[in-house]
Design a protein around this ligand. Structure first.
Ligand SMILES: [Zn+2]
Length: 304
């Protein structure tokens, strides 16, 4: 099964009617149906720009995305783990994710409402601190409100995402969550960590020990060395050798960051699979990295 764990494609709905066909984007529904079986769609609300009405803006964007999905043939929301029982699934699945929990209020007041609306993955922070945790740029661990939020996510079946958490918050999240977690778009700090949120060997091992998945991102600045296809393969191979392919996935960050031309679009995924194979990755490992690891995690964490 082919799964991608992070994109910011929803942002196109600020200026366009539909995600059905967006030739200027890295991803649209048309290509989703061809190249992926499931994709996380993150709704990211800049907490400084929209400080006056964070939840209003989140609700607005969520509404636009859901209305667009509702009229797209062959695409549906991923709400229950059972939708992943067949491979491939009946339709191309979209998992709604919130990147940074600040639209939930100061004490998670809106979590249940957004769960009912389809939210199935949540990052406690973007780069800045929220009422729930420290962000990659500001440091600080998980707060008391963050603890309550983590527990409620575990109860509901919302997958927790450690991307953008500070190192302290990542460690707290791993310790506090009763379910395995994901890092939906990350890289291996062994190659450098200029942005404060690459995963160290120790973090990768702890994530895997808990049953989680590290989804390697295609972001050129994070990968280093120009973010080339081979450089991406090196990060993936490193993670696989360290923690096993069953804990490694892909989280491109389509339409959220600058990607090398050879990776800048979901249509280049087959070339990535081919290159990993050519460089010597075993077929069973490749299947895990393509999405089977994340499929296993989602079937475990999401409601049945
Ligand atoms: Zn991000």
């Amino acid at each position: 099964m082919r799964i991608d764990c992070h994109n910011d494609t929803v942002g196109f709905l600020r200026n366009n009617d539909s995600l059905e066909r967006q030739s200027g984007a890295h991803l649209d529904f048309e290509r989703l149906r061809t190249y992926l079986d499931c994709s996380f769609f993150a709704v990211f609300i800049d907490q400084k720009k929209y400080a006056a009405d964070l939840s209003g803006e989140f609700s607005r964007m969520l509404g636009l995305l859901k209305a667009d999905i509702a009229q797209a043939p062959g695409v549906e929301l991923l709400l229950n783990g059972s939708q992943l029982d067949t491979d491939p699934p009946e339709k191309s699945l979209i998992l709604l994710s919130m990147e940074g929990a600040s639209p939930l209020g100061d004490d998670g007041e809106l979590l249940d409402e957004y769960f009912a609306a389809g939210l199935r993955a949540l990052g406690l922070t973007w780069n800045y601190a929220t009422p729930y945790a420290g962000g990659a740029r500001e440091g600080g661990g998980v707060t008391a409100a963050g603890r309550r939020l983590i527990s409620r996510c575990n109860d509901l079946g919302i997958l927790l995402d450690g991307a953008h958490a500070s190192h302290a918050a990542f460690s707290d999240l791993l310790r506090l969550s009763r379910s395995p977690i994901i890092d939906s778009h990350t890289v291996c700090a062994a190659f450098g960590d200029d942005f404060g949120r690459a995963l160290t060997d120790e973090e990768l091992r702890a994530l895997a020990a808990k049953g989680g998945v590290a989804a390697i991102t295609f972001v050129a600045d994070f990968l280093g060395a120009g973010g080339s296809l081979d450089r991406l393969c090196e990060h993936i191979e490193y993670a696989v050798s360290l923690i096993g392919s069953e804990h490694v996935g892909l989280g491109a960050d389509y339409d959220g960051a600058k990607l090398a031309p050879e990776l800048a679009g979901v249509q280049f995924l087959p070339a990535l699979y081919g290159r990993l194979r050519q460089r010597g990755m075993a077929e069973s490992d490749l299947e895990n990295v393509k999405g089977n690891s994340v499929r296993r995690l989602l079937r475990q964490v999401l409601p049945r």
